[in-house]
Design a protein around this ligand. Structure first.
Ligand SMILES: Cc1cc2nc3c(=O)[nH]c(=O)nc-3n(C[C@H](O)[C@H](O)[C@H](O)COP(=O)(O)OP(=O)(O)OC[C@H]3O[C@@H](n4cnc5c(N)ncnc54)[C@H](O)[C@@H]3O)c2cc1C
Length: 847
């Protein structure tokens, strides 16, 4: 029966009663399915994307004894990990492979050096072997010639094992299904069914067939890893998880040859970095950072993580001269770690959690290595509801024994590989191979036959299922294996039952996904936004540029267009992408550039002031050096204040001024609310304000911070395009990681400067009077940040300005109702004669 027929048959059987329903097709869900099935329980697993799509295909690929957990005193976890590793090495030979590791350590690390050595001593004893002698410097260099030549650097040996993580999940799922279990990928749980106050099933949505179903089960397990809180939220369970991102770089083994895994301390700080051979490559990882981008978006490595990992590699392997150009691919995964509130992410415990709430058993937070033991813990919690589970043998075998492949025309290595990865299917895979398909894809050990087998039998729904998880060519080959796509197509298209159009659209989607999430990040990472713009067939996709100006580099977005130049400045805490909804509409009438103010978005802050005057000078240099003549300045909120200051001080560069809910003092005579005044004082106090925003950021994450700002600024947040939210959130997340106090430092310093400027009301009013250019003042009537009365008072000071209060809009009209805002601006451009005063030949000089 073909994979798609099997899928249809299973979908048709969903209405039958099930004993157990498992949400999540990562290592945990797969192991629960395997063990429940072994106990004779009728179990169904559903996975919203692909099996192992989540963290289980993005790990460090180690089946490890958990050496680092000794440092946090988790001896139980270490013992359990060692036991499970031994089992997986024996049962999963070929899929799990032993790997000699060394800690490269130097006495100059002081106490840490001795601590590391002592830790490995204890660890080796726990594994049941007497610790081996350390490798002295000369021996270390014989073993790993590319390691830095440093007197007294020693290698402390210990044992580990590597694994193809996604294939481990797939093998467990396949064996569970062969034993009577059921599993569906690309089926999402959208709701929980509750009867008499207990969870009695789930609502499903099939993203392939675009259909829904209700499934009843005696018990439901939530094995959704880092998504566990979102499933628990259906029961109003308070969040328990702290999503922590870890990222890796992949190099080819020719460029970065290694015989051992090596761990060492990062030159900046105490964290360990590991480099190790894996498949035909060398992995470098990992990082440990709070992850605040939405979980339904594939995680990606940030530029800062790339720099951090490259710094580690360069410091320990300088002779290789590795650069980012040698990186073949990158990947990032998010750990489901149980939050204790520790300030350092690396201090959070890696123990798993089993929790029962209204009949829903949640199991999360574990590791690949301990998957079997974790599954048993989860199933123990279900025994009351499913008594058959009591029969489960706690120490029984986990993986099946694959048949020998003695007669197959394969090298011993290839035989081991197929038996480990495909278990009982290995002989059929070999039998299904066409001529030449038992050869390896060049540059890898992956056999062509694996692709045919997976395409035919392994529930591949999208091309990334095949190339990133069934086989790992997407990680191992440059550009995700693009050069081999024609050969893969010839082999797989018919097996998958795809016509030409389907193949081509899958290939496009795969390559776009690879570029966005598995390639080195561009700086800035904007492909998603570009694609949105291209998809809406606007004439000009946004181009992101950097220019080096006196004072430092400045980032700006060139939205294109022709005609007079319009330069846009964003509000506090935002970035040039806040103009994304409006700017493209304006390109029919003008050349549009949006500048990132210092310290927000991507314009760097290091060594620079973020105050009003510094921002104004940056704008001045931008207008002089990039625009080359006067422009219409458009400023929203804080950007409005900067634009106003500039228009008054440098009229020769200002052809027109558009102030959009600008930051301004309250109208004269307004009495400040004492509570608000004290909040302002707190905000402006050095240190205190930063700390407050930093705490908020810790609590709500980058998305929370941005959503709070949006909620304040908008009459209706839903009108802000999703890509603006996503890109701002990503930027805030990057800033939170980059700076000691994250986002707060630049944000608070700018707020302080703004408030101090506004307190000097006389200076503000002198700027207002000093503006010579035609001016449009726009204000959203539902603005909660700057009352409309302030703009009314401003308009009264300058009756020659056009004043446009806009209904049903808050502080950010250009995001909430871009078409109306742009239409008003274009009318004003026509009426005000601002545009004809512009030089028509204002060509941006590009960095
Ligand atoms: C960088 C990094 C390195 C690591 N290295 C190692 C290592 O070397 N060794 C080790 O043992 N462990 C390692 N770990 C830990 C290990 O990878 C994870 O703990 C483990 O993969 C978690 O598996 P899981 O099944 O719980 O979660 P996941 O693999 O994330 O699976 C959960 C699944 O649930 C699905 N899901 C979510 N919501 C729904 C829904 N509503 N409906 C249906 N499905 C849903 C998701 O799509 C996902 O596929 C590492 C983790 C990271 C992040």
């Amino acid at each position: 029966m073909s994979a798609s027929t099997q899928r249809e048959t299973l979908w048709g059987a969903l209405a039958e009663p099930w004993d157990l329903l498992i949400i999540g097709g990562g290592i945990t869900g797969a192991s629960v399915l395997r063990e429940a099935t072994r106990a004779g329980v009728k179990a169904l697993l559903v996975e919203q994307r692909d099996f192992a799509w989540g963290t289980s295909s993005r790990s460090s690929k180690l089946v490890h004894g958990g050496l680092r957990y000794l440092a946090t005193g988790d001896v139980h976890l270490v013992r359990q990990s060692i036991r499970e590793r031994k089992r997986l090495l024996a049962e999963g030979d070929g899929l799990v492979r032993p790997l000699d590791f060394m800690l490269a350590s130097h006495p100059k690390e002081g106490g840490k050096h001795w601590q590391g050595r002592a830790g490995i001593f204890v660890y080796e004893l726990l594994t049941g072997r007497w610790p081996r002698g350390n490798h002295a410097t000369s021996r270390l260099h014989e073993l790993e010639p590319s390691l830095v030549r440093e007197e007294r650097l020693i290698g402390v040996p210990y044992d580990e094992a590597w694994v193809d993580d996604a294939r481990l999940v797939l093998r467990i799922v396949r064996e569970a299904v062969a034993a009577g279990g059921a599993a569906l990928n690309h089926v999402r749980v959208t709701g929980l069914l509750r009867e008499e106050g207990r969870v009695a099933g789930v609502e499903l949505w099939d993203t392939v067939g675009q259909r829904s179903a209700t499934v009843r089960a005696r018990a439901v397990v939530n094995a959704t890893g880092v998504w566990a809180d979102s499933v628990r939220a259906h029961l109003s369970g308070a969040p328990k998880l702290r999503p922590l991102r870890g990222s890796h770089l992949v190099f080819s083994s020719q460029r970065f040859p290694l015989a051992h895994g090596i761990s060492f301390r990062h030159p900046r700080g105490d964290r360990f970095v590991c480099v190790m051979p894996w498949e035909d490559s060398t992995l470098v990882g990992t990082t440990d950072l709070d992850h605040s981008t939405p979980l339904d978006q594939e995680p990606s490595i940030s530029s800062e993580e790339v720099a951090y990992l490259m710094e580690a590699v360069e410091s320990r392997f300088p002779a290789l001269g590795l650069t980012v150009d040698d990186v073949v691919s990158c990947y990032a995964g998010v750990r489901p770690v149980i939050s204790s509130g520790a300030s350092d992410p690396s201090k959070e415990s890696r123990e798993h959690l089993v929790l029962e709430e209204e009949g829903l058993v949640t199991v999360t937070g574990g590791k690949l290595t301990t998957c079997r033991a974790i599954a048993h813990d989860a199933l123990r919690a279900l025994r009351r509801r499913i008594p058959e589970l009591a029969a489960l043998e706690p120490e029984g075998p986990f993986l099946g024994t694959p048949p020998a492949l003695d007669d197959a025309p394969l090298s011993p290595e290839a035989r081991l590989r197929l038996r480990g990865r495909y278990g009982a299917d290995a002989p059929a895979l070999v039998a299904a191979a066409h001529a030449g398909e038992l050869d390896a894809v060049p540059g890898t050990s992956t056999l062509w036959a694996e692709l045919r087998w997976a395409a035919r039998n392994e529930n591949v729904v999208h091309l990334d299922d095949l190339l990133l998880r069934r086989v790992r060519l997407g990680l191992l080959l440059p550009r995700g294996g693009e050069a081999h796509l024609p050969a893969i197509r010839a082999l797989c298209q018919r097996e998958l039952g795809w016509d030409d159009a389907r193949w081509e659209s899958e290939a496009r989607a795969y390559l776009a996904l690879w570029r966005t999430h598995y390639a080195l990040p561009e700086r800035p990472r904007l492909s998603a936004v570009n694609e949105v713009r291209l998809a809406t067939s606007l004439a000009n996709p946004v181009q992101l540029r950097t220019v080096n100006l006196p004072g430092g580099p400045v980032h700006y977005a060139d939205y294109g267009g022709s005609g007079p130049t319009v330069v846009m400045l964003h509000g506090l805490g935002g970035c040039y992408l806040n103009w994304l909804p409006a700017a493209p509409l304006l390109t029919k009438h003008a050349r549009v550039l949006a500048v990132d103010l210092i310290g927000f978005g991507r314009t760097p802050i290091a060594g620079r002031s973020v105050g009003v005057e510094a921002q104004r000078q940056m704008l001045h240099h931008f207008l002089t050096e990039v625009v080359g003549g006067p422009a219409v300045l458009v400023g929203n909120s804080w950007g409005g204040l900067v634009a106003l200051a500039h228009a008054a001080r440098a009229p020769e560069t200002t052809a027109g001024l558009v102030l959009v809910s600008p930051a301004q003092p309250p109208p004269r005579g307004t009495r400040l609310d004492p509570a608000q005044a004290s909040r302002l004082v707190l905000h402006t106090m050095p240190g205190v304000g930063e700390y407050k925003v930093w705490r908020e950021g810790k609590r709500t994450g980058a998305r929370g911070l941005f959503m709070d700002l949006l909620t304040l600024g908008c009459a209706d947040v839903r009108r802000v395009p999703q890509e603006v939210v996503e890109e701002n959130t990503a930027l805030i997340a990057e800033r939170m990681e980059r700076m000691p106090l994250g986002h707060s430092a630049s944000y608070l310093r700018a707020t302080r400067s703004m408030i101090l400027t506004l307190l000097g009301r006389n200076r503000f009013e002198s700027w207002v009077h000093g503006v010579r250019a035609p001016t449009l003042l726009v204000h959203g009537r539902q603005d909660r940040l700057v009352p409309v009365a302030s703009s009314e008072a401003l308009a009264a000071l300058r009756p020659d300005w056009s004043f446009e209060p806009m209904d049903d809009i808050g502080h950010v009209p250009q995001m909430e109702d871009a078409p109306r805002f742009v239409a008003r601006m274009v009318r004003w451009l026509d009426e005000s004669k601002a545009a004809p005063r512009l030089s028509p030949a204002l060509v941006a000089r590009q960095a």
